[in-house]
Write a protein that binds this ligand. Structure first.
Ligand code: TYD
Length: 207
């Protein structure tokens, strides 16, 4: 069986981690091999990015875009835990965030065309088979973040989250050739999981 490459996106607090775990269980129950991964990665660049996201060291949007690009190339090609080796081995790969996040987050304060071009034209960055965007309004996302987390990252303010959500929609309008499913994430965990399940099942026809 060939592995499929599925990406989860959404503003902070939209419920990606919970739904990734639900999808993992579903696919494993169907007898598929599943490989879960995330950006920023565990690489050295990923560590520098986490430091910047925590607000410990201020970086410009262009610096962040370039570092996320570098981290994403590593995420694809590294031979032990990379996306490409897992797909080769027949795993379904599920990534918590990918280049759509760079377009929405860094596209706000840097040149969005530059950010998109360097990611989409990079030969070592694989195009996903499916992007699942969990859509939740900024107010609900912020209240989930405040309930679940002790520390708040640089993007996790309600007005910023709202801008990023709008930017995601702008970005999706610029990507007619990508398979993007926008899922209303305001329902119960099981309701949202069911919607995701249907979209993922529709991939079977193509693979
Ligand atoms: P993380 O805590 O890993 O994710 P989450 O809060 O969604 O569980 O933080 C990821 C942060 O990095 C999130 O605020 C989005 C941001 N980000 C970018 O700005 N650009 C990118 O290209 C990626 C992958 C993430």
């Amino acid at each position: 069986m060939k592995g499929r490459f599925i990406v989860f996106e959404g503003i902070d607090g939209a419920g990606k981690s919970t739904q990734i775990e639900k999808l993992r269980q579903k696919l494993v129950n169907e007898g598929r091999k599943v490989f879960i991964t995330a950006e920023p990665t565990a690489s050295v660049t990923g560590g520098i990015l986490r430091d910047a996201l925590a607000g410990n060291y201020k970086r410009s949007a262009s610096e962040l875009a370039a570092m996320f690009l570098s981290d994403r190339v590593y995420h694809n090609v590294n031979e032990n835990t990379g996306i490409l080796q897992a797909l080769e081995k027949g795993f379904d790969v599920i990534s918590d965030r990918y280049y759509y996040s760079s377009f929405a987050y860094q596209g706000l304060d840097s040149d969005i065309d530059w950010v998109m071009n360097m990611n989409l034209n990079c030969p070592d960055i694989r195009k996903p088979d499916l992007c699942i965007f969990l859509d939740l309004d900024a107010q609900k996302s912020k209240s989930r973040i405040d309930t679940n987390r002790a520390t708040i990252e640089i993007f996790e303010k309600e007005d910023v989250l709202n801008k990023i959500r709008n930017k995601f929609f702008d970005v999706f309008g610029r990507l007619p050739d990508e398979n993007i499913a926008i899922i209303d994430a305001s329902g119960s965990i099981d309701e949202v999981a069911e919607k995701i399940s249907q979209v993922v099942d529709s991939l079977n026809d193509q693979h």
